[in-house]
Design a protein around this ligand. Structure first.
Ligand SMILES: [Zn+2]
Length: 71
């Protein structure tokens, strides 16, 4: 899958990353259809917070999903 990744101050790059995996019985994989940008992302972009290189940015997703287990 593709993700926006942190490469350094003012350097973001869309890269291919590993597909997510199910590890626990209550894990869920969702398809992100869009993502917003918030102040936390701007702190990364401006160098106020420095995560490791290739950190996947974005935590304001809009998703589509289907139940795979009957309720
Ligand atoms: Zn946020």
């Amino acid at each position: 899958m593709k993700a926006v990744t942190f490469q350094g101050k003012e350097a973001m790059e869309t890269k291919k990353v590993d597909d997510p995996q199910i590890h626990e019985k209550d894990d869920m994989i969702v398809r992100i259809t869009a993502s917003g940008i918030c102040g936390s992302d701007l702190h990364l972009y401006n160098g106020g917070i420095v995560p490791e290189k290739d950190y996947v940015v974005g935590h304001e997703p809009m998703v589509s999903w289907r139940m795979s287990v009957p309720m």
